[in-house]
Design a protein around this ligand. Structure first.
Ligand SMILES: Nc1ncnc2c1ncn2[C@@H]1O[C@H](COP(=O)(O)OP(=O)(O)OP(=O)(O)O)[C@@H](O)[C@H]1O
Length: 246
């Protein structure tokens, strides 16, 4: 993304000339103190601001050379290519199976058996299959919080997106589920481009290849994760990763 600016309805400029590469088939973590614009940035990548006519964005976000912010961009099609998982698990009010199958059936003409294969594959990749394979007809909202979040990840990856955006996927989740989700993110990074927002610096260090540190809407530092955590160049990054502020 290049020189990205974002303004909320009240004129607040939440992103200021943010330029950052998001590398293909790598995990990029966005870290920074509360309110520095991390979620805003992910939402722009999914064109969520289209739902709020008073919000304004300028700059460029290129996906395979095409500006996804372009006025003529097919936003529905874009959201198939760029999947998003939100902080709060949000399963559809339907069965576990339907939660994953629904979007797939909508966008791909698959025979029943192939649809079942696609659902199983997504649930396996989200490290949920073993826990739900005997109760696929159960309501998605009856799963535990950690299971619901993995269901949302399965739902997103079933659509075979090129890019997956994860906004604090483990924030409301017990450590065992969080560890499973982290492993899922590591596995997904092998063949998906992943951008994750997390408050958990240890988690960012464990799952990401690259780290972007943002502060007050600006990109302060972008580098390989090891570099940012062990030898940050900017004093603000150093203070943040060593727990001196944030
Ligand atoms: N709907 C809104 N209207 C006006 N300002 C907003 C709105 N939503 C967020 N903001 C402001 O934009 C800035 C960035 O918010 P954002 O949610 O992107 O930060 P964040 O880094 O994700 O924070 P956190 O880590 O707490 O989730 C903050 O100053 C916030 O107060």
């Amino acid at each position: 993304m290049h020189k990205l600016n974002f303004y909320y309805e009240n004129g607040h400029r939440a992103l200021k000339d943010v330029s950052v590469p998001i590398h293909e088939h790598r995990v990029t973590a966005f870290i920074g103190p509360s309110g520095c614009g991390k979620s805003t940035l992910l939402r722009v990548l999914n064109r969520m601001h289209d739902l709020h006519p008073g919000q304004r964005v300028d700059g460029e976000v290129l996906l395979d050379g095409e500006d996804i912010l372009g006025r003529h961009q097919n936003v529905e099609g874009l959201r198939l290519r760029i999947g998003m998982v939100f902080q709060k698990p949000s399963p559809f009010p339907m069965s576990v199976y339907q939660n994953v199958a629904f979007g797939v059936a909508l966008h791909r003409r698959l025979a029943k058996a192939d649809l079942e294969v696609a659902v199983e594959s997504a649930l396996r990749r989200a490290a949920l299959w073993e826990e739900v394979k005997d109760r696929l007809g159960k309501h998605g909202t009856e799963l535990s919080g950690g299971q619901q979040q993995r269901l949302c990840i399965a739902r997103a990856i079933a659509l075979q997106p090129d890019v997956l955006l994860l906004d604090e996927p483990c924030s409301a989740i017990d450590p065992i589920s969080a560890a499973k989700i982290e492993q899922t993110i590591l596995d997904l990074g092998a063949d998906h481009t992943v951008a994750i927002v997390t408050h958990n610096l240890q988690q960012a260090a464990r799952v990401s290849d690259y780290v972007a540190f943002t502060y007050l809407g600006e990109l302060v530092e972008f580098d390989m994760a090891g570099q940012v955590f062990t030898a940050p160049k900017d004093t603000r990054t150093r203070n943040f990763v060593t727990g001196r502020f944030g």
